[in-house]
Design a protein around this ligand. Structure first.
Ligand code: T4K
Length: 373
């Protein structure tokens, strides 16, 4: 049966509105709206405590976080990255005048394949920008080893990896910098927002300057920085959102487990498994639609839509197929067979805390064929 209301791939979690009102009153009263006010400072500290990281610089969104992270480390030349991500990953390189070099992904995790990184390194390579795709950790150990050998920086696009742990701590503690997104569609949202996780106070200070026009004081500007400051409104919401995050993650976990159990018996549907994480965040629920399934990936995608279920094909097309990238040698089809196959098979099914088991049953009904389009 078609649901009364459309079901989207995600729906943001929000606290009860009345709980936000006192925060708004405080903002109205203080008239401090931005530029590192009290909520901004409180949220930076609260996130350090919750995530188990040392330093966080809040910014306006994940894309500005990536752009700023690259600037903070003075990255030049070529950067090795994945084609299997949201366009913002590679766009952040172009915004810095850097050349993306696409390397194929691992068939199990769909993250950058460490076996293929070394062959892509040239004298111009200065950094690697891997993505913890769907919140599943990259092979952080092997990537660091390669980076150490070739003196490269590592900037993790951890936009999907809020709260994920591996190797006994936060996944965000790996690499030189990690970047989070707090967009409406993410596990933890501040409407729009993002952050850079830095290992030391000096790097954080540089990022704090870069996100504030390079401004140190009235008479001192140390870099051509941008305006990337998170407002007090977003920071206040973040503080409130943190109170509900554990509950939200638990609900996601239950939906993830239910999908997995029910889809295990569907021939031709492969669920991406958790690999490497000791604590997962269930941010997406990607399935791969293989030839043994009676419908093609696109036919299933459209059948879901016809039934009011707006799943998404994250990440199709590959970044390397977009016009601003496809002329690069590393964007060649023959260079990226694993990513290409995944992009042709993937559908991200709806997953969010308020999705009911009845709704999940409806989605599963379409997939297992009980519901016609
Ligand atoms: N790196 C990676 C790996 C990323 O995935 C992203 C963002 C970034 C970097 C950059 O971070 P930000 O600069 O965005 O902080 C969405 C998001 O806009 C984007 O943040 C996200 N990745 C990407 C994977 O997905 P769309 O075009 O699919 O979003 P949209 O508007 O179609 O939303 C999807 C569904 O969510 C809608 O059908 C309904 C629901 N929705 C959406 C919004 C915005 C709501 O219910 N409420 C909302 O406010 O890109």
């Amino acid at each position: 049966m078609k649901p009364d209301k459309p079901i989207y791939v995600t729906k943001p979690s929000l606290p009860p509105l009345e709980e936000f009102v006192p925060y708004l009153q405080q903002i109205w009263h203080s008239k401090i709206l931005t530029n590192g006010g009290s909520f901004h400072q409180q949220l930076e500290q609260a996130l350090c405590d919750y995530l188990g990281v040392k330093h966080i610089a809040l910014v306006t969104n994940g894309t500005i976080a990536l752009v700023t992270a690259l600037q903070a480390l003075c990255i030049t030349g070529e950067v090795i990255t994945t084609p299997y991500s949201f366009v913002a990953t590679a766009h952040s390189l172009l915004w810095n005048g850097l050349k993306p070099v696409f390397v194929d992904v691992d068939p199990v995790t769909l993250n950058l394949d460490p076996d293929k990184i070394e062959a892509a390194i040239t004298p111009q390579t200065t950094a690697i920008m891997p993505v913890h795709c769907y919140g599943h950790p990259c092979d952080v150990g092997r990537i660091q080893k390669i980076a150490d050998t070739y003196a490269l920086k590592v900037i993790y696009d951890a936009a999907h990896a809020f709260g994920v742990q591996c190797h006994g701590g936060s996944v965000l503690n790996h690499g030189d910098l990690s970047v989070l997104s707090f967009h409406a569609t993410k596990v933890f949202n501040t409407f729009e927002g993002g952050a850079i996780i830095c290992p030391d106070a000096k790097t954080k200070q540089r990022i704090d300057h870069l996100k504030n026009f390079g401004y140190v004081d009235e008479v001192t500007v140390v870099a051509p920085g941008i305006n990337g400051k998170m407002s007090e409104f977003n920071a206040a919401l973040g503080l409130l959102q943190l109170k509900g995050i554990d509950e939200a993650l638990k609900k996601r976990q239950a939906i993830d487990a239910y999908y997995r159990k029910e889809l295990a018996r569907v021939k031709g549907i492969h669920c991406l498994s958790d690999v490497g994480e000791t604590v997962a965040n269930y941010s997406y629920f990607p399935i791969l639609v293989r030839p043994e399934y009676p419908l093609s990936r696109d036919a299933l995608f459209h059948k879901l839509q016809d039934n009011g279920i707006y799943a998404r094909r994250y990440f199709y097309p590959l970044i390397s197929d977009f016009p601003m990238y496809r002329g690069l040698a590393s964007a060649a089809q023959s260079n990226l067979p694993v990513a290409r196959k995944a992009a042709s098979e993937v559908i991200c099914l709806p997953i969010y805390p308020d999705l009911s088991i009845e709704q999940v049953d409806g989605i599963l009904g379409v997939i297992v064929g009980n519901v016609g389009a």
